[in-house]
Write a protein that binds this ligand. Structure first.
Ligand code: SF4
Length: 959
């Protein structure tokens, strides 16, 4: 029997292998158990067994099937015989071991590096910071082991490093000690009965000469391409023993990797014939989602329905895990079965968000133990936490969490309103939270006691906060992690979603690794432990649940090894993804790699090209989809296929590439709201204010949301300080401090100033500083300076007495559509020394406007947009109108008093009586027109056409 066999790319490898086994090893009993088939991965073995059963159609003993890793483990793990020169058995040794966890390997490299190249760790680099370095060093040692690089070759590198490669000094230092580090790492692994993949392969090369593999009649090495030196050594030894059959796809005259294998192994890989005859279609998308839509289109339209029935005939190759969720979301609506081989990144799960928030909460905790309210609430609001069923219903926890949020944000009154930092006892002792919760729960027919609510809260605090404070080692960390996981499994909705089970399983595994790690009792800072843990989680991929043999396959390129499909759809056929090449080696200089004979970059390109060409050559229909953007260009693999076609047909235009676009129907952005008669009746009964009228003038739709639907932004006492909050602060300060001058002449002397600034200081600390971080002193300085200037201005004003401060008033306007009731609050009214009255409106922001001069008002059209432009705000006209009625005999004016610049702008700019009358008449006429429009059922609430203001409108999301 030939021991080196080649099949062409066009041939179905699994089909051929099944036939080969039946023809050569079936015997009478269909017993293949003395044949060992070794594949690169695990998946082809499943397909082989399935194909054998389909072909034999009765019971049979399947061959033993190993992946290469399993085969190597088999070599080193099981007893074997060594004979002396007399042919006697002298040793039969098996290795008992387990694979070292990544975290233990990294930690041990950290310790060894400290010993041999401590300079690298200069600057007290912590373990968590060193992790990426550790991974690179391990990967380098793994490569050296897999490629069987002897220490002698490394000695040359060490010598060169002493002279110095053109890399940072720390890397030269590392290279100078690389033999020591590698040796120490190996002896550590052996001593602890743990193994790395590289060391296992390395040891297998030493053991395999002593293994006769009597348990097998033959070992078939199936469809290998690139071989590490250790693999080649093992293959060569087995070839020498005449125990192995080597089956390749394609031949050594076409692929340099196969040529090198053949040369090393000392045989020729025969040539093979067979030209692929698939139908090629290429599609161009513009992003991931458009590619996903193309896949859906192909499955629905291009692949004929009878073929789809045989779903196992189709594979979708997805080079990046990012595409999995969008792809599944789109195609699973077809209701077919899919099997996904790629994992889902842990970092995208809700559990990862929970742990990241746990870290953030501990990070932002102050030295005095107080928690930052933002992060505290973020953690409590996590869906897995706020739905914990600690008491008999998860609603209890949910309501308590919402009440804490409302009290902290100042939506409900409480002693902790607006506190930015607070300790857990302060929250637990705020009884109002429980009473608010009780009230809401009663409305839901859930009856609990205050004490029970308190128990729920203290348990949550213990679980999420207290237990994570002051941790010192990974053993404690792992215990806490276990406690948290147990609670989530028992009391949350976590495992109601089957996919989460995989996440939980992984977390328990990591917990075990941490608990049993070699460094579990070493002292670490809490932050460091969190970083190591999250770093670990970030790299984890969680496999989807499914049957590998069922449905349309969604695989990565390497999972397609040895498999053939009639329909092949490949997404993301772009440079940087297909082939995906690691051009930049962050740690080891390329020169070093080349000196060691490790030219992985060049090989990597050929390996991926081989797998890609092998897959498509065996198909009937091939659909390649790429993304064309400024940053992404199509893969060299597509260019190669097109070039081959161009050469074969002698034409430039060999294929048309449909470009996908979405038909977007853009709906008009803001929709107007029609008035109903009920709305008009409602509007006619309302009491209006200058603010509500100004809102209508600004945007009728905004008026609708605010005053018809009654929607209002919630004030968030924990959020950024808003200008309106600062404005209210100043208004209240001026009202309360000036109160002592009501009915009197204000005297701004040293005594008043002392009182004024003490009051300012106290109020600032209570209402503003507590809501800000360390930069509050700056704001205080600005406010104090402005108030000093205000008092100076006040000193110079000739005020005879303050008539009133923020007194509410009420008035009516008798218009043709009906009487309009208006309520108002004037900031301040002064009587001046000349006996005239001035109405003052303090201005703290920059939005208030004052009507223009008469000559500009005289000819304005009574339409909303013109009124907005020329009158701006109806505040001063309304105040003026109503206050004039109270003091008919006196000279009156109104002014805006700017508390930033101390400028004062008069409403009536000309004291002539006819000027005043005309301005007021125009303003009142304008109001009559506005109310006429507002009460007209034919005129809807329209959006204003100034898109700029929508940016700052709280109702943008409704529009
Ligand atoms: S988003 Fe724009 S159109 Fe809509 S209510 Fe606000 S301001 Fe008016």
């Amino acid at each position: 029997m030939e021991r080196v066999i080649t099949w062409s790319f066009k041939e179905n490898f699994i089909e051929n292998l099944a036939q080969f086994l039946i023809e050569n090893f079936a015997g009478k009993d269909n017993d293949f158990s003395r044949v060992l088939c070794v594949f690169g991965g695990k998946r082809p073995g499943l397909f082989l067994k399935q194909r054998l059963s389909q072909k034999i159609k009765k019971s049979f003993y399947p061959p033993v099937i190993y992946s290469m890793d399993e085969f190597i483990e088999y070599i080193v793990k099981y007893p074997f015989k060594i004979f002396n020169s007399e042919g006697e058995t002298v040793e039969g040794k098996s290795l008992v071991f387990k694979k070292i966890s990544e975290i233990d390997a990294c930690y041990f490299i950290y310790i060894i590096t400290q010993e041999f190249a401590g300079e690298i760790l200069r600057g007290q680099r912590q373990f968590s910071e060193f992790l990426p370095w550790a991974r690179e060093i391990i990967s380098f040692i793994e490569q050296m082991d897999l490629e069987n690089i002897p220490n002698e070759a490394l000695a040359h590198i060490q010598k060169s490093a002493e002279i110095g490669y053109e890399v940072p000094q720390s890397i030269n230092l590392l290279l100078q000690n690389i033999i020591n580090i590698r040796n120490k790492y190996h002896s550590f692994l052996r001593k602890n009965n743990v193994y790395s993949r590289g060391l296992m392969y390395l040891d297998a090369t030493k053991i395999v000469p002593y293994r006769e593999f009597e348990e097998f009649e033959t070992i078939i090495f199936c469809n290998f391409f690139y071989l590490h030196t250790t693999e080649r050594d093992i293959f060569k030894e087995i070839y020498k023993k005449k125990k192995g059959i080597f089956i390749f796809q394609n031949s050594d005259d076409k692929w340099s990797v196969l040529e090198e294998n053949a040369k090393y192994l000392g045989f020729k890989i025969p040539s093979c014939r067979g030209h692929p005859q698939y139908k090629l279609s290429i599609y161009q998308g513009f992003d991931l989602h458009s590619q996903v839509c193309i896949v859906n289109y192909i499955l629905n339209n291009e692949i004929k329905s009878n073929e789809v029935k045989n779903k196992e005939n189709t594979v979708i190759v997805v080079p990046s895990s990012e595409a999995i969720i969008p792809l599944l979301t789109e195609i699973t609506s077809q209701g077919k079965e899919f099997n996904v081989s790629l994992g889902y990144p842990f970092r995208k799960s809700s559990l990862f968000t929970l742990f990241a928030t746990l870290l953030k909460v501990q990070e932002s905790r102050r030295k005095d133990g107080k928690y930052y309210a933002h992060d505290y609430l973020k953690l409590l609001r996590h869906p897995l936490i706020k739905n914990l069923k600690i008491f008999h219903s998860s609603a209890v926890t949910r309501v308590i969490v919402h009440k804490i949020e409302e009290v902290l944000k100042g939506i409900l009154p409480g002693s902790i309103n607006g506190s930015l930092f607070l300790n857990l006892e302060e929250i637990e002792n705020e009884e109002k939270i429980y009473w608010y919760a009780l009230e809401t729960l009663q409305n839901m027919n859930i009856y609990v006691k205050v004490e029970e609510c308190k128990t729920v809260l203290t348990q949550i605090h213990n679980l999420l906060f207290q237990k994570w404070e002051d941790l010192v080692n990974f053993s404690e960390f792992a215990d806490n992690l276990e406690y948290l996981l147990n609670t989530l499994v028992e009391k949350s909705k976590l495992i109601k979603f089957p996919f989460n089970l995989k996440f939980v399983e992984k977390l328990y595994l990591i917990k075990e690794q941490l608990k049993s790690s070699l460094f579990c009792k070493e002292r670490f800072t809490s932050r460091e432990m969190w970083e190591v843990f999250l770093h670990h989680l970030e790299g984890e991929m969680i496999p989807f649940i499914g049957s590998p043999l069922k449905g349309t396959q969604i695989l990565g390129l390497f999972e397609t090894r040895s498999l053939s499909f009639d329909n092949v759809i490949v997404m993301d056929v772009n440079e940087s993804l297909l082939p995906r090449l690691k051009i930049y080696e962050p740690l080891i200089p390329r020169e070093v790699m080349l000196n060691l004979g490790l030219n992985r970059l060049e090989k990597e390109e050929e390996i991926q090209r081989y797998q890609f060409m092998r897959l498509i050559s065996g198909a009937k229909k091939v659909y390649l989809i790429y993304q064309q953007t400024q940053e992404k260009e199509r893969s060299r693999f597509i260019e190669e296929l097109l070039w081959e076609k161009q050469k074969a047909t002698n034409k430039l235009e060999v294929t048309t590439i449909p470009k996908v676009s979405f038909l977007l129907k853009i709906s008009s952005h803001h929709k107007e709201v029609k008035k109903t008669q009920e709305m008009v009746d409602f509007l006619k009964q309302q009491v209006y204010s200058a603010t509500s009228i100004d809102t209508y003038v600004d945007c009728p739709l905004k008026f609708f949301y605010r005053y018809v639907l009654g929607l209002k932004e919630r004030e968030n006492l924990l959020g950024e300080l808003e200008t309106s909050y600062l404005g209210r602060f100043l208004h209240e300060l001026l009202r309360d401090t000036m109160e002592r001058f009501k009915g009197k002449r204000p005297v701004i002397d040293a005594q008043f100033k002392k009182y004024f600034f003490k009051e300012l200081e106290e109020r600032f600390e209570k209402k503003i500083a507590s809501r800000m971080k360390s930069d509050s002193f700056l704001l205080k300085k600005i406010i104090t300076t402005r108030m000093e200037r205000f008092l100076e201005c006040e000193k110079r004003r000739n005020v005879a007495r303050i008539i009133c401060l923020e007194e509410p008033g009420y008035g009516r306007l008798n218009f043709s559509p009906g009487t309009i009731e208006i309520s108002y609050v004037v900031d301040r009214i002064d009587e001046l020394e000349d006996g005239s009255i001035v109405i003052i409106d303090y201005k703290t922001g920059s939005t208030n406007m004052i009507p223009k001069e008469l000559r500009e008002l005289e000819n304005i059209k009574m339409e909303r947009c013109f009124l907005r432009e020329n009158i701006g705000s109806f505040q001063l006209p309304l105040y003026y109108h109503f206050i004039s009625q109270k003091f008919p005999a006196l000279e009156i004016n109104a002014e805006l008093y700017n508390l930033r610049t101390m400028e004062r702008e008069l409403f009536i700019k000309n004291p002539h009586p006819s000027y005043k009358e005309k301005v007021i008449a125009i303003c009142i006429n304008a109001l009559q027109n506005l109310f006429g429009e507002l009460f007209n059922p034919e005129i809807p609430f329209q959006p204003d056409d100034d898109a700029q203001k929508c940016k700052f409108c709280p109702f943008t999301s409704f529009c």
